[in-house]
Ligand binder design. Structure first.
Ligand code: TPP
Length: 377
């Protein structure tokens, strides 16, 4: 039987765990919802990236001596490797924590191309990192003793202990994050307007998750080719750096990065690089819904910060924001004429269609066609 998130949570708290940090994941969505509902905000921190979550948890342990919990999708393990092995490892500071990892791309389970390699190497990777682990699946019946074992082992050996969670492990939590009508434009409609307002020879690099899925569908519905769009299906947080790399190598073409707030915040340091390099042909569009909508709608740090001000202070040449549906087209048209690095934030309503599909073109084919397009062939 699948595990009830609240049962899992109660067992963790009975074992003394009261601090949680991580980046949300679709496989862990129900557990994340349960944390949102049951933990005070200062004890449940959705961090910028998975490495930050490990470091936050390490700090919490240093301050309290208690066992913290970090959660992430296995895509984020790469972000976490450095603090896991150079901070928490028994040969360095020996810091205990539980690390709950959603196992996308598990061998034998159908998944998207960007998850396959990570899923395949998952167990070998944990072995190479010398991280002890147990797995949880939908057919679990020994949850309590397994959690006790994980907690005891992490504390006794003073090291991170991993709980690897297979697809379908958690049952529904009950409530899901409400998608309130805000009167703002929906991301998909904003993307429709953006795509029709960009110049014909625009080069587009879009972010991980539903933004790229929507762009793919809009192109398909309009019978337009997909080769203008590099859909960054994995590698969350890096699409603006990919766009910058292209912009530097193609100074005569306008390169548009279509980013998400969770992704931008995940690797915010790239803003400083973009500001410093002053690529005149770099156009950074942020679709800001203030949540990680693609994996369940959990809040990002965009809720409390002024992203345009931040971007401006990093040296972008032109910075604009737009929250009015009726202004959007005009704002995008002005943005296209600005001198880069240019930034336009579009505040949109969280939410997406339930029947949204996924790209049907393989990433490597997308790359080949895209390279032909940008080389002018
Ligand atoms: C390194 C990494 N961590 C986590 C994920 C899981 N993930 C995929 S999309 C996404 C949310 C992206 O949020 P945002 O950029 O705000 O875009 P939105 O989903 O709101 O459109 C997350 C957390 C991932 N793909 N890679």
């Amino acid at each position: 039987m699948s595990i009830s998130p609240i049962n899992f949570f109660n067992l963790l708290t009975n074992d003394g765990i009261d601090f949680f940090s991580g980046v949300p994941d679709s496989l862990l969505k129900e557990f994340c919802l349960c944390l949102d509902d049951n933990v005070a905000p200062q004890n449940h921190v959705i961090s910028a990236n998975e490495g930050n979550a490990i470091a936050l948890a390490a700090g919490y342990h240093l301050g309290t001596g208690k066992l913290p919990l970090v959660y992430m999708q296995n895509s984020g393990l790469g972000n976490a490797v450095n603090p896991l092995i150079s901070l928490c490892d028994p040969e360095v500071y020996s810091i205990p924590m539980l690390v709950v990892i959603g196992w996308r791309g598990e061998p034998g389970v159908a998944d998207e191309p960007q998850h396959k390699k990570q899923g395949q190497i998952q167990e070998n990777l944990l072995a190479a990192l010398d991280l002890p682990y147990i797995t949880f699946s939908a057919t679990e019946n020994n949850i309590e003793s397994k959690i006790n074992k994980a907690v005891t082992s992490a504390m006794a050996d003073k090291r991170p202990f991993v709980i690897l969670v297979k697809k379908g492990t958690f049952s529904k939590y009950g409530t899901s994050l409400s998608q309130k009508e805000t009167g703002l434009i929906k991301r998909e409609n904003a993307l429709e307007i953006i795509l029709e307002s960009l110049p014909d020879n625009a080069i587009i690099v879009s972010t991980t998750g539903k933004t790229s899925r929507e762009i793919f569908e809009i192109r398909a519905i309009r019978n337009e080719p997909h080769y203008k769009d590099f859909l960054t299906v994995g590698s969350m947080g890096h699409c603006s750096s990919i766009a910058l790399g292209i912009a530097l190598s193609k100074p005569d073409r306008k390169v548009f990065c279509i980013d998400g707030d969770g992704a931008l915040i995940m690797h915010m340091g790239s803003l400083a690089t973009a500001g410093k390099l002053q690529a005149k042909n770099l156009y950074h569009l942020l679709i800001n819904n203030k949540v990680h909508e693609s994996v369940g709608g959990q809040k990002t740090a965009a809720n409390g910060i002024n992203l345009p001000a931040l971007v401006r202070s990093n040296g972008y040449n032109s910075v604009q924001s737009c929250s009015k549906k009726t202004d959007l087209k005009k704002k995008v048209e002005q943005f296209v004429l600005a001198t880069g690095p240019a930034f336009l934030e579009l505040i949109v309503e969280p939410g997406s269609r339930n029947d949204l599909g996924r790209p049907t073109i393989k990433p490597v084919d997308n790359k080949q066609e895209f390279m032909k397009y940008i080389s002018g062939e």
